[in-house]
Design a protein around this ligand. Structure first.
Ligand SMILES: Nc1ncnc2c1ncn2[C@@H]1O[C@H](COP(=O)(O)OP(=O)(O)O)[C@@H](O)[C@H]1O
Ligand SMILES: [Mg+2]
Length: 229
């Protein structure tokens, strides 16, 4: 099994889990989709996962968690909502009961990167393929680059590979993950019932991409081995 995933599994009880934040300069770029589906990907790797929803207006990730709870879905994903400014003090972040903690944020939050930087182990910025989205993402990337020690990556969402746009994005966006998240109606279907796509169809290509992204997010050297377990 992948070494870093194994390390997270074998964590000592007093060690904190890996905190993975997802942020973007606007709504609709796929932050919550990434948070919920990566949560399931990590859970399917056998890790204990929690979600902190800092998008205080929308609370979409929290609603998704609630839908799971109402359906009695397994694995259980613990969740809480908190203001971004209070993230550090949140009970889930302070708890040592989770191997991976996903943090969802609002698209327009001011100083979102600065507030996340001191809490997360890594930040992911989903971006879509239009030049406007790429430009806005690059603003966040530059802000992230200015914060010493902040590890982050950009996830290209809803593009076709290898489209012209994708190639353009590769050229223009630093720290782009190798694996992108394809457009898929199944992502919609899964979200609607409080599932991750990996629960709806474990073997579909989008679920495989999400497992690759999950591995790349915690350790870029692990890409390409998600399906070789
Ligand atoms: N790769 C994708 N394929 C299909 N639909 C997607 C994809 N990514 C996001 N969506 C859809 O786009 C909408 C916005 O995504 P969401 O994750 O809620 O964005 P955000 O949290 O950044 O506002 C949702 O309806 C979601 O299902
Ligand atoms: Mg959202």
């Amino acid at each position: 099994m992948q070494c870093l995933i194994q390390q997270l599994r074998d964590r000592k009880p007093d060690e904190s889990g890996f905190v993975l934040g997802v942020a973007g300069s606007k709504g609709g770029v796929g932050k919550t989709t990434l948070v919920t589906n990566l949560a399931i990907a990590y859970a399917q790797f056998g890790l204990r996962v929690a979600i902190v929803d800092c998008d205080f207006d929308q609370r979409s990730a929290a609603s998704w968690c609630r839908r799971r709870q109402e359906r009695g879905s397994s694995p259980k994903i613990t969740w809480s909502t908190t203001k971004l400014s209070e993230l550090r003090q949140s009970s889930i972040i302070r708890s040592q009961a989770y191997d991976v903690i996903m943090v969802d944020t609002a698209g327009h939050a001011n100083n979102v990167i600065g507030q996340l930087a001191s809490v997360v182990d890594k930040l992911l910025f989903p971006t879509q393929s239009s030049i406007f989205d790429i430009e806005r993402t690059n603003l966040m990337v530059h802000a992230a680059q200015n914060i010493e020690g902040l590890d982050f990556g950009v996830v290209f969402n809803r593009g076709r590979s290898p489209s012209k746009m994708r190639l353009q994005a590769v050229e223009e966006v630093p720290k782009l993950l190798d694996t992108h998240l394809p457009e898929s109606v199944k992502l919609h279907d899964a979200s609607a019932i409080g599932f991750g796509i990996g629960e709806l169809d474990y073997n579909c290509s989008v679920a495989k991409s999400l497992r690759e992204i999950a591995l790349e997010a915690v350790d870029p050297n692990q890409k390409g081995i998600a399906e070789n377990e």
